[in-house]
Write a protein that binds this ligand. Structure first.
Ligand code: NAP
Length: 433
């Protein structure tokens, strides 16, 4: 028997488990360890609550979770309850699938003012991540700024723009649903440091902005290259740029406006003890395609600033880390003897959920190869259970997690699949039954 520990139960973790089962067959036992009492990482806490069709991929992970030989070991923190050394001693291979849940700092004066939040915190807040349940972002403001031109900035701008009726069918948590419903925010400025041709927002999601109930996107066509230049773009980006151009002709007859400010780089957040405005420098594209400041500045009013500029993987003691990339130091997913990484912890925070699949399969193949023909495997889960019991850890296994799920479904608002618990103690109470 081979024993593998996967740390992190998000998409990268579950694709790796699925791949290991395919590569090694019945001779494998897998423990999915998560610091929270519930699995699915980015699916539960990152994917927007109004994008339930994307969240449906968790059905595929559930199949793996239900299969014999796979255990969920929730409420166990690697670094606190167990060390990487412990895991390497107990398992034939350890895969770090810990994602990239830390915000990259904006790094401009004033970025520590109240009212400036990173997307991990803001997205975690509306998705019910226990760490950010108490964030209370200021929504009693007229204007907000969203920094970045990727899909996370797009998610944040859309969530800020929707009416309560547009959240029907979503699993947005109650505190965010209420706060957003009571918000007097009218202007949302999306600040991109480069132009429409350099944006990373994908067309399907961008197109949604043109159909909101009470908000309308606004672009300035002066920011765009001549329309003929769109032909050279790859098809996805070309479609996104077409959506942007179409936004220009939409009637501006709604309560909220989502302003796309291109060539706009935040250089400071200003305000009297809290964020009130962003000082923005106009940029132009350099020869190398990067944004170059022009020295010309202007102010954008913003009592809330959400920076959506990328993430970092949290370092783990004893694991080599690439500070500048914000991920584990690895070669094609291999960190060292018996230690691997997948997903954003391996590559950095890029790519869709599906991008994690080939990652998981590649690393599972390497593990299968490394373990083939080796003698008896290590002790695995029995040893972990003993160690955790000795340390007084309260482990949440599959059945206990199912009790949390059932309790969340029972608490759901009408039209919502669940009302998530946002405090770990409440999850644990539900887990105990
Ligand atoms: P991203 O796509 O890499 O976008 C990051 C944005 O931040 C870029 O526009 C970047 O501009 C900008 N930026 C970086 N540093 C900045 C700075 N110092 N000042 C101003 N702007 C700065 O990352 P993301 O939006 O966090 O998304 C992460 C991944 O998740 C992506 O692959 C994304 O597609 C995926 N995702 C998908 C969905 C979906 O619905 N399909 C939803 C959410 C996330 P430059 O281009 O100039 O560097």
């Amino acid at each position: 028997m081979r024993h593998v520990a996967i740390v992190g139960s998000g998409p990268a973790g579950y694709y790796s488990a699925e791949a290991l089962q395919k590569a090694i067959g019945e001779e494998i036992r897998i423990d999915m360890i998560d610091r929270l009492p519930v699995p699915y990482g980015l699916i539960r806490f990152g994917v927007a609550p109004d994008h339930q069709s994307i969240k449906a991929v968790s059905k595929r992970y559930e199949k793996v979770a239900l299969s014999p030989g796979v255990r969920f070991v929730g409420n166990v923190s690697v670094g606190d309850d167990v060390s990487i050394g412990d895991l390497l001693g107990l398992y034939d291979a350890v895969i770090l699938a810990t994602g990239a849940p830390l915000d990259r700092p904006l790094g401009v004066p004033g970025d520590d003012l109240p009212g400036v939040v990173g997307s991990a915190a803001f997205v975690g807040w509306y998705n019910g991540h226990p760490e950010f349940a108490g964030l209370a972002p200021p929504l009693d403001v007229d204007a907000a700024a969203v920094v970045g031109n990727g899909n996370v900035a797009l998610d944040v701008a859309r969530i800020l723009s929707k009416t309560p009726a547009e959240f029907v069918g979503s699993d947005i948590v109650a505190h965010a649903f209420e706060a957003l419903g009571n918000s007097r925010n009218r202007d949302i400025h999306v600040l991109g440091r480069r132009g429409p041709h350099q944006m990373q927002m994908t067309p399907k999601e961008l197109g949604e902005l043109g159909h909101l109930e009470d908000a309308v996107p606004h672009v300035d066509l002066a920011d765009f290259p001549p329309a003929e230049a769109d032909a050279a773009l790859e098809p996805g980006l070309r479609k996104s740029v077409t959506h942007l151009r179409d936004f220009a002709s939409l009637a501006k007859d709604k309560r909220k406006t989502i302003y796309f400010d291109f060539f706009a780089r935040p250089v400071a957040i200003e305000g009297d003890g809290k964020a009130e405005r962003v000082l923005v420098e106009r940029t132009r594209l350099g020869e190398d395609g990067r944004a170059i400041g022009t020295g010309e500045t202007y102010h954008v009013p913003a009592g809330l600033v959400v920076s959506c500029i990328g993430y970092k993987t949290p370092p783990v003691e004893g694991v080599p880390y690439e500070e500048d990339q914000g991920r584990f130091a690895n070669r094609d997913g291999v960190i060292g003897e018996g230690l691997y990484c997948v997903g954003w912890a391996r590559r950095g925070p890029t790519g869709t959920i599906g991008t994690n699949r080939p990652d998981g399969y590649e690393v599972a193949g390497k593990i299968a190869e490394a373990l083939a023909g080796r003698g008896a495997g290590k002790e695995g889960g029995d040893g972990l259970d003993r160690l955790l019991a000795g340390r007084g850890a309260e482990v949440v296994g599959f059945d206990a997690w199912q009790r949390i799920e059932a309790a969340e479904a029972a608490r759901a608002r009408q039209g919502s699949p669940r009302e998530k618990f946002v405090i770990v103690a409440d999850m644990l109470e539900a887990a105990r039954g």
